[in-house]
Design a protein around this ligand. Structure first.
Ligand code: PLP
Length: 599
């Protein structure tokens, strides 16, 4: 394609994007297709000869678009927002056009320097502790953009693992892997599955801590679990707290969790704020960021709630050197003489990095912090509106505390009619939602996602939901009309009936799923397995290293002996020293003191 063709088709594509955005409501929000639909429409091999760009664009509209779920549709209430906006798309276009690969300062100085500046803007806009802001006086911290929140969790965990192993190892020559079986991480059962994935990849154990009725990690259970594990000779090294859980947007109490973590010097506290961390841009939401001063690392996804298109995830750490020393490899061909330029390849997994800071810079500049605040406040107000509508209808209930854009609701029935309702909602093509299990109950997640969402979008959605629900309730009532109703919060089994829907004649139809109905596309991962095995060390999550206590003991003994022999004890006190019984010496963590963390 020459430059004139690029100019012509580039303009056409921009026109297409504008029209797509303007007329998006004419499209169904999600398709009802079967897997393999596209295979039937496209050839099995790439073309040997060039094809015209016009044909490619036509096929895009005819064949690709019918298989697209429209995340920026006003009736898309699924998952969390995809954080798109025009300024962000334009920034991304320029990043693609430049095509620079910013792994080191030398490979693209602007990418490296803008990333530092934007990460500091972002940290200050969220009111993060100064320890995370690289240009704050005395700070040893800073941030970097990553590809996903999952990567942020993994990078933090790998850093924590390296720190813990280094301290356990001291000056000995024992191989790092010897210490893996003793390492154990902790997260609430409401934490995102990326935590589980990270522990699997890092070959460490994960203990799942139960949550309270609001979906917040039980700090008393965390404290107890850590104490038990220490007594058993394990090394607690990583705790993940979540601000804005995926299932119910619950906010863990970071202050209380932080105080427990402070008692065990080997623990790295990571706070996952993939969605809701962005809401700290609002002073009124900072009640939930209290305690971040205890965190070693924190992540948010501007590609969820900060109008920045995928991919863009931010990770801040309070000690950049620890992060870099866990990830630093430095082959000759990547070295350069500008030693005071930041090399972001040491801050994450990939070598090559996109110029992501550009789109975030565009977003901050074109919206301003005020514009971004307005956008989030609008989502909050609309979610509250939806919550109010649901609560006013006694056939429904809201199960989560609505603090941000997510409302988890259900009909006051067993699960089956709620499965059916979600299936009908998604099958309608007019709205899109996803399910979750929140606090043990199946819920439908209604998340405000659209940038320009209005009250009308919410009212329309609620009217449609009620309409679908009424049919289901009538059918369900037909099936089991003789059993009394159950008050809010009490347990019902899925075969239990619903209250009659007054005023409408029942439809003579049995409640059955038809093939055409699309049941939940993304059922949240069930965590019942963890609950049922909560007393078991392996928790069913990391069956990778089965710990043989005898081997573990021997390895600890060897490490301790080596340490004794080595008069130069290299421990810097970041972890409590290992004794000959293989356990870590700790203060009694049930006597948690109330030291405030430092900024
Ligand atoms: N953490 C939380 C709280 C999330 O809600 C999600 C995804 O929704 C993730 C992590 C994973 O995000 P990513 O897709 O960027 O890896």
């Amino acid at each position: 394609m020459n430059v004139e063709e690029f100019r012509k088709y580039g303009k056409e594509v921009i026109d297409y994007i504008c029209q797509y955005g303007t007329n998006i409501e004419e499209r169904d929000v999600a398709p009802t297709l079967d897997p393999g639909y596209l295979k039937k429409l496209l050839p099995a091999d790439a073309p040997q000869s060039p094809e015209s760009f016009k044909d490619v664009l036509e096929d895009f509209e005819q064949k690709i678009m019918p298989g697209v779920v429209h995340w920026n549709h006003p009736k898309f209430f699924a998952y969390f927002p995809s954080g798109n906006s025009f300024p962000s798309v334009l920034g991304d276009m320029l990043s693609s056009a430049i095509g620079s690969i910013g792994f080191s300062w030398a490979s693209c100085p602007a990418a490296a320097e803008l990333e530092t500046i934007v990460m500091n803007w972002y940290a200050k806009a969220l009111g993060l502790p100064k320890a995370f802001v690289s240009d704050a006086p005395g700070s040893t911290g800073g941030g970097a953009l990553q590809g996903s929140a999952s990567e942020c969790v993994l990078v933090s965990l790998i850093t924590a693992r390296a720190r813990a192993i280094s301290e356990l190892k001291g000056q000995t020559s024992v191989h790092d892997s010897v210490f893996l079986p003793s390492l154990i991480a902790y997260a609430s059962r409401e934490a995102h599955s990326s935590v589980e994935k990270a522990t699997k990849m890092a070959l460490v154990k994960l203990r799942i801590i139960d949550a309270d009725e609001h979906g917040r990690m039980r700090v008393d259970l965390l404290r107890q679990a850590i104490q038990n594990d220490v007594n058993a000779g394990l090394t607690p090294f990583f705790v993940v707290a979540t601000v804005g859980t995926t299932g119910g947007c619950a906010f863990d109490d970071i202050t209380e969790i932080g105080k427990v973590c402070r008692q065990v010097s080997s623990i790295w506290l990571h706070v996952d704020g993939a969605y809701a961390g962005n809401s700290f841009i609002l002073p009124e939401m900072r009640v939930f960021s209290a305690g971040l001063e205890y965190a070693d690392s924190f992540n948010t996804n501007p590609n969820k709630l900060l109008l920045t298109n995928f991919d863009a995830s931010a990770l801040w750490v309070r000690d950049v050197m620890t992060l870099k020393s866990a990830l630093n490899v430095n082959p000759l061909y990547l070295r350069h003489e500008h030693l005071n330029g930041v090399d972001y390849r040491h801050y994450g997994i990939p070598l090559s990095r996109r110029f992501r800071a550009l789109k975030l810079w565009f977003v901050f500049r074109t919206y301003g912090i005020k514009g971004l605040q307005e956008y989030i406040r609008n989502h909050m107000a609309l979610a509250k509106k939806f919550e109010m509508l649901v609560r006013k209808d006694e056939r429904f209930e809201v199960r989560n505390d609505v603090h941000l854009g997510l409302v988890c609701f259900r009909m006051r029935t067993g699960d089956e009619p709620n499965h059916m309702l979600l299936a009908q909602i998604n099958h309608s093509g007019k709205m899109h939602m996803t399910p979750a299990k929140f606090n043990g109950r199946y819920v439908i997640r209604f998340c405000v996602t659209y940038e320009h969402a209005t009250e009308k979008d919410i009212l329309d959605a609620w009217t449609q939901i009620k309409c679908l629900a009424e049919e289901i309730l009538r059918d369900h009532q037909l099936e089991s009309s003789s059993v009394p109703t159950t008050p809010e919060g009490s347990e019902r089994t899925s075969s239990e009936p619903m209250a009659p829907v007054s005023g409408k004649p029942p439809i003579k139809k049995k409640l059955t799923r038809t093939k055409s109905l699309r049941f939940s596309f993304t059922r949240s991962i069930s965590r019942e397995q963890y609950q049922s095995q909560s007393e078991h060390l392996m928790d069913g999550c990391t069956p990778i290293l089965v710990v043989d206590p005898k081997t573990l003991q021997e390895n600890f003994q060897k490490a301790a002996d080596d340490n004794d022999r080595n008069t130069n004890n290299g421990s810097n006190g970041a972890i409590n020293s290992t004794n000959k019984n293989g356990s870590t010496k700790l203060k009694n963590i049930s006597d948690v003191d109330t030291d405030e963390g430092s900024n």
